[in-house]
Design a protein around this ligand. Structure first.
Ligand code: NDP
Length: 237
């Protein structure tokens, strides 16, 4: 695996779960990787020691910090925006400040990061945002605000693909379904409800998402842009 040899990549939100698997995979593909974290400093330092990637603390809820991190990490060949939060529950009970923070992390950060990366990204660069199958399908109650953030990702991916396509820069979303991470553990309370909605009745593995990211970030995917790539065990089928 060396499809990204000589490439510089930034993964926003790489300390745990899907993001950590993406960091490992991009390093294995030969990229020079920097990743960010917010709360999980020890996990980030362990991953950096394991992989040789650089870890930088940057809160994705802080727009200006995100823009500065992208600027200081560039010029980037590959940007992967993975950092995300999932606040689920009764919309009548949710704290509006917490909902707005989710929009900052899940929507504002990917948009501003992608635009900042595009300023100095060389022709043929790659921008990837980790969305969710909930961008297409709510599926069950309690996901309205989260689903809204992930549907917003779809709009920015389509639009930026049109803006940046003339430079050969591709912009894509990867949309996981239930993935076995701290956010949605395979032994968690949602398991049976989720499996009832899925033809492949298991949680996905972060490495499966990382493999899709590696393809989209790599040299064979230059004709793939403005698209949503769902990996969900059929949840959205
Ligand atoms: P986890 O909660 O397991 O990990 C989230 C990662 O994002 C951590 O590395 C965390 O870093 C980082 N992160 C969260 N908030 C911030 C922030 N404010 N600033 C910087 N980094 C942040 O989640 P997953 O790995 O499961 O999810 C990753 C992505 O995949 C998200 O965008 C999520 O919406 C999406 N997704 C996940 C699904 C699932 O079932 N797991 C399904 C569909 C989509 P730290 O701990 O250092 O703060």
């Amino acid at each position: 695996m060396a499809g990204l040899g000589g490439k510089r990549a930034l993964v926003l939100g790489g300390s745990r779960g899907i993001g950590a698997a993406i960091v490992r995979r991009l390093v294995a593909e030969g990229a020079a990787v920097t990743f960010t974290y917010a709360g999980s400093r020890e996990a980030a330092e362990r991953l950096a020691a394991e992989t040789g990637a650089a870890a930088e603390r940057t809160d994705s809820a802080d727009r200006d910090a995100v823009i500065a991190r992208v600027r200081d990490s560039g010029p980037l060949d590959v940007l992967v925006v993975n950092a995300g939060v999932a606040l689920l529950g009764d919309p009548l009970e949710m704290d509006p400040d917490v909902v707005d923070r989710m929009f900052r992390v899940n929507v504002h950060a990917p948009y501003h990061a992608a635009v900042e990366a595009a300023r100095r990204m060389p022709d043929g660069g790659r921008i990837l945002v980790i969305g969710s199958v909930n961008g297409d399908r709510a599926g069950f109650p309690g996901v309205a605000a989260y689903a809204a953030t992930k549907s917003a990702v779809q709009g920015m991916v389509r639009g930026l693909a049109r803006d940046l396509g003339p430079r050969g820069i591709t912009v894509n979303a990867v949309q996981p379904g239930p993935l076995d991470t701290d956010m949605n553990p395979a032994d968690g309370p949602l398991r049976d409800m989720l499996y009832g909605l899925m033809p492949i009745r298991r949680h996905g593995r972060p490495e499966e998402v990382a493999a899709m990211v590696a393809y989209l970030a790599g040299p064979e995917a230059g004709f793939v842009t403005g698209a949503m790539h769902t990996i969900d065990g059929g949840f959205g089928a």
